[in-house]
Design a protein around this ligand. Structure first.
Ligand SMILES: Nc1ncnc2c1ncn2[C@@H]1O[C@H](COP(=O)(O)OP(=O)(O)O)[C@@H](O)[C@H]1O
Ligand SMILES: [Mg+2]
Length: 275
């Protein structure tokens, strides 16, 4: 479980303080899948970085399985438990081949040679990267590179996975392929096979969050909504007011209902595809 209590985070620049997270209380339970949306600059990335101790709270606390991210002695264990996948995988990749990239974190953990090979082979297979085993990572496509970033994180058997807009630089086909791999984790979870992995998935695409257990909406450093995605997306106007999109189906439903309730009048020109 990750438990955040009254988290306040300020960036400081000399005398100047910029409060970006303003009193976050949040629990991420075992096996939970959670989406996180919020307008640009609302503090999503800052929150993500607080979860594995890349950033430390200005006030309040973050506990990962009862380890406080403020305890320096626990930070490497926390980093192993909380895997991060970022928007731009290139910034995350450090090795000269795909295989070495997956092995990198395991080497650092001191995993023995045989076990390391076993894990690397498994990851190459699971993420459909076998044919690139000896390729330099920078020759991969954006989608393949993102799969490699995820494979490298998964090799460490994290308990929590934090995705910070991993699909935002991908084309539609690569987005689909990444999302289908990620949803396999939940499938395994549901069928009880394996991991109790918990995910926090930050995205600007509302439809990507529909299958999650919960959706959080962050605005100006505070969690303003926390509910099932299908419940949150009923609040079309509230979401639009803070600058968020809702899946098209919810939007159409909302306006059709208003129309039939006589609360909205439209004229034909509203439907013409001219801006
Ligand atoms: N390294 C940094 N130093 C100073 N200010 C930052 C830094 N990173 C982000 N900020 C500021 O914090 C606010 C929230 O940023 P961020 O957490 O990246 O939001 P989001 O991911 O929701 O777009 C923004 O106003 C941004 O300018
Ligand atoms: Mg961000």
């Amino acid at each position: 479980m990750i438990r955040i209590s009254n988290l306040i985070f300020e960036y400081t620049d000399g005398e100047e303080k910029n409060r970006v997270l303003n009193g976050i209380d949040l629990t991420i339970r075992e096996g939970e899948s959670i989406g996180l949306m919020g307008p640009n600059g609302s503090g999503k990335t800052t929150l993500a970085r607080c979860l594995n101790g890349l950033l430390l709270p200005t006030e309040g606390e973050v506990f990962v399985d009862d380890m406080n991210t403020n305890e320096a002695a626990r930070i490497s264990e926390i980093r192993r438990l909380v895997g991060m996948v970022f928007q731009n995988p290139e910034n995350q990749i450090v090795s000269t081949t795909v295989e070495r990239e997956i092995a990198f974190g395991l080497e650092n953990l001191g995993v023995d040679y045989e076990q390391m090979h076993e894990i690397v082979d498994k990851m190459l297979e699971q993420f459909d990267l076998q044919k690139y085993r000896n390729h330099p990572p920078h020759l991969l496509s954006g989608g393949e590179m993102q799969r490699l970033a995820l494979a490298s994180v998964m090799a460490m058997s994290p308990r929590y996975l934090i995705f910070d807009e991993p699909t935002s630089l991908l084309d539609l086909a690569s987005r689909k392929s990444l999302l289908s791999i990620i949803s396999e984790f939940y499938e395994e979870k549901r069928t009880g096979d394996k991991s109790k992995i918990s995910t926090l998935f930050i995205t600007q695409y509302p439809e990507e969050t529909l299958t999650f257990d919960r959706l959080l909406v962050l605005n100006q450093g505070q969690i303003v909504l926390d509910d099932k995605p299908a419940v949150i997306f009923q609040k079309v106007e509230e979401l639009k007011d803070i600058g968020l999109e809702v899946p098209a189906e919810f939007e159409v439903n909302h306006y059709l209902k208003k129309l039939s309730d006589g609360k909205l009048s439209l004229n034909t020109s509203d439907f013409l595809p001219i801006p």
